[in-house]
Ligand binder design. Structure first.
Ligand SMILES: [Zn+2]
Length: 398
């Protein structure tokens, strides 16, 4: 009996899957010798040659003659054609928004920031962004195709249709952002909308501190504490897309503080920016992150924040058993100061899940949210390169 997962798959489905896995490898890892693609996919040389030729004809990859003069016949290099297929990303922040065109392979082709005017309606914001988007798209290479739209919001988002349930720092409640964007941009391209911390986790997993790992917890944020949990290489979203709200894990319900969510003693109230500022003693700096770079390692002012950070991390490690916990946003800077306090708490926890655990700072900068939004927006292309590209060409021609 054939128990292979490919049993029953038609030749066409196999071809689609192989094209997708070749393109995904090039998208994540960049240019690569064709011989390596053969070894990685387990397909024979002529099949890989035929598949890369199809991707090249569609304009998704480029073949380059190798420059080296090593022994034997050098393999042809295959690279993603980042300037030919790109996604549009919109990062809705509290003070600023940014839009970017990100090419296949992850290169930022164009990027522009615009202010997010307080109290502005979502439609007004997207209308202003659309004028910037138009100017960016005008700079895209001739014949290039937009293959999707990825959007980041600091809030709780329903993945199926991009309904923003609540984004407290934007004052948004039940905003149908997916349909607002589709209407204002007059597009039928797929629009993927997700929480900013989830997208940071996706970016750090694809291209940053957690590259190559399958099980990762990201702790990120500033005023709010967000999280992204990668399980078996995929973002854990939960049934409705609302999973990963680690900031609202209740750690101190008895004498903790009231949280923005209405609960008492959430993790966010013990380690968020407000708690950090108070622990440091009424600092005047508006940018707490740049102040944190001047705080010495082990500074006792942050001991309590460090212990609460450790308690929350220990809970997450016991639940998820990740290979790494990655600290992003303000927590990258906080962790550098309080790593010993965190280690002390983990030392009191179950030992088995901690055995191979790595704790590290995020590797990508403030662009990580847009990079994550791009990864999400590229998914349909990577699962069916030629079919999806054809549909996007039809949309852009309409
Ligand atoms: Zn809360």
């Amino acid at each position: 009996m054939n128990t292979s997962p490919l049993a029953g798959a038609t030749q066409d489905e196999m071809r689609k899957r192989n094209l997708g896995s070749l393109l995904k490898h090039l998208h994540v890892n960049g240019a690569c010798p064709r011989s390596e693609l053969t070894a990685l996919t387990g397909l024979n040389r002529s099949t890989v040659g035929a598949l890369t030729a199809e991707l090249e004809e569609a304009g998704l990859v480029r073949s380059e003659q190798p420059i080296g003069r090593g022994v034997g016949r050098p393999s042809i290099m295959v690279a993603p054609a980042g300037e030919r297929a790109y996604v549009l990303t919109i990062d809705v922040g509290v003070v600023h928004a940014s839009v970017a065109l990100i090419g296949l392979g992850g290169s930022v082709l164009a990027w522009r920031e615009l202010p997010h005017v307080p109290g502005e309606t979502p439609r007004k914001l997207i209308q202003r962004a659309s004028r910037v988007i138009e100017s960016l798209v005008a700079t895209a290479a001739d014949g290039s195709v937009c293959v999707g739209i990825g959007v980041s919001v600091p809030g709780v988002v329903r993945h199926s249709d991009g309904l923003v349930r609540i984004a407290p720092n934007l004052g948004w409640i039940e905003v149908p952002l997916g349909s607002v964007i589709a209407t204002v941009l007059r597009t039928t391209l797929p629009i993927a909308i997700a929480n900013d911390a989830d997208l940071t986790a996706i970016a750090e997993h694809a291209r940053g501190a957690a590259r190559g790992m399958s099980h990762v917890v990201l702790v990120s944020g500033d005023v709010g504490v967000g999280g992204g949990i990668i399980v078996d290489g995929e973002l854990m979203t939960g049934a409705g897309g609302y999973g990963g709200e680690i900031g609202h894990m209740v750690v101190n319900p008895i004498d903790g503080r009231l949280c923005r969510c209405g609960s008492v003693g959430c993790w966010e109230t013990t380690i968020g920016e407000q708690a950090v500022r108070e622990a440091l003693g009424d600092i005047t700096e508006t940018d707490v992150r740049s102040y944190l770079t001047t705080v010495p390692h082990g500074d006792p002012r942050l001991a309590e924040v460090g212990r609460w950070l450790g308690i929350g991390v220990a809970n997450l490690v016991n639940i998820c058993n990740p290979q790494a916990v990655v600290f992003g946003g303000i927590f990258g800077d906080v962790y550098r100061v309080v790593d010993d306090y965190v280690a002390e708490q983990l030392g009191k926890s179950l030992s088995a899940p901690v055995e191979r655990l790595v704790l590290k700072q995020a590797a990508l900068g403030p662009n990580s949210v847009s990079m994550g939004a791009a990864e999400l927006a590229f998914l349909p292309l990577l699962s069916d390169p030629l079919g999806h590209l054809a549909r996007c060409r039809e949309v852009s021609a309409a």
